[in-house]
Write a protein that binds this ligand. Structure first.
Ligand SMILES: Cc1cc2nc3c(=O)[nH]c(=O)nc-3n(C[C@H](O)[C@H](O)[C@H](O)COP(=O)(O)O)c2cc1C
Length: 198
């Protein structure tokens, strides 16, 4: 079986996962974008109208497809952006030790790729990483759930997972935007991820 691979159209896809508009994730996504070469594709997952997986089993009999696609649902076009970018960066706050529900709904819709033979997975050779943001100042496991979930989404799509940048202690909507050291950490993380694509 030959590997199915979409042509590169974007250097990177930045998926911002907070439902809070203009908050810390949006600021981090903007900083990540500044560190990258154009063309970059950006999206706010919470604005994409992604419906949740219902476990209907359609993708088991139709690998790569989802019964929820169409009718204004944004999951498929977001996945197309992942497949067209060399590097995808998911930028997310932590909500009860995970990504917000809108982002989790999108991730669950990757079940369609899990049902595909590995050689057919649509983003083979691409890389996925994340920037996670939490209010707590510490906590070894604060980002573990979100990281595991994204790591398995990467696997479902045939991608390589790069360990995330984890930012602790950001709560109010403008704190990250005003923290030059954090913005510099984001720039350095993204630059490093980009330079190591090979
Ligand atoms: C529903 C909800 C759940 C949250 N759960 C956590 C949590 O478990 N741990 C934590 O450190 N922060 C938690 N937070 C705080 C957010 O992660 C934090 O405010 C973050 O900076 C929000 O990013 P944003 O501005 O991009 O929305 C929670 C916030 C909300 C609204």
């Amino acid at each position: 079986m030959t590997e199915r691979r979409t042509a590169v159209e974007y250097s990177a896809f930045i998926a911002a996962c907070s439902p809070r508009r203009g908050g810390n994730s949006d600021a981090a996504a903007a900083a990540a974008r500044l560190a990258l070469h154009d063309p970059v594709c950006s999206a706010r997952i919470a604005d994409a109208g992604v419906r949740p997986c219902t476990g209907c089993g359609y993708c088991r009999s139709h690998p790569g497809e989802c019964a929820q696609d169409g009718g204004g649902d944004g999951a498929a076009s977001l996945y197309a952006c992942v497949a067209k970018a060399r590097l995808t960066i998911v930028v997310s706050p932590v909500y009860f030790y995970h990504v917000p529900s809108q982002a989790k709904a999108w991730i669950d819709r990757a079940q369609r790729f899990w049902e595909m033979p590995p050689a057919m997975r649509p983003a083979a050779g691409r890389r996925l990483t994340a920037i996670f943001i939490g209010a707590r100042e510490r906590g070894e496991k604060l980002f573990s759930g979100a990281g595991l979930t994204l790591r398995y989404m990467a696997l479902a799509m045939g991608m390589e997972w790069i360990p995330p940048l984890c930012l602790y202690g950001y709560d109010g909507p403008s704190v990250l935007r005003e923290d030059r050291a954090a913005l510099e950490r984001i720039r350095a993380f993204v630059t490093h991820a980009w330079q190591n694509l090979g």
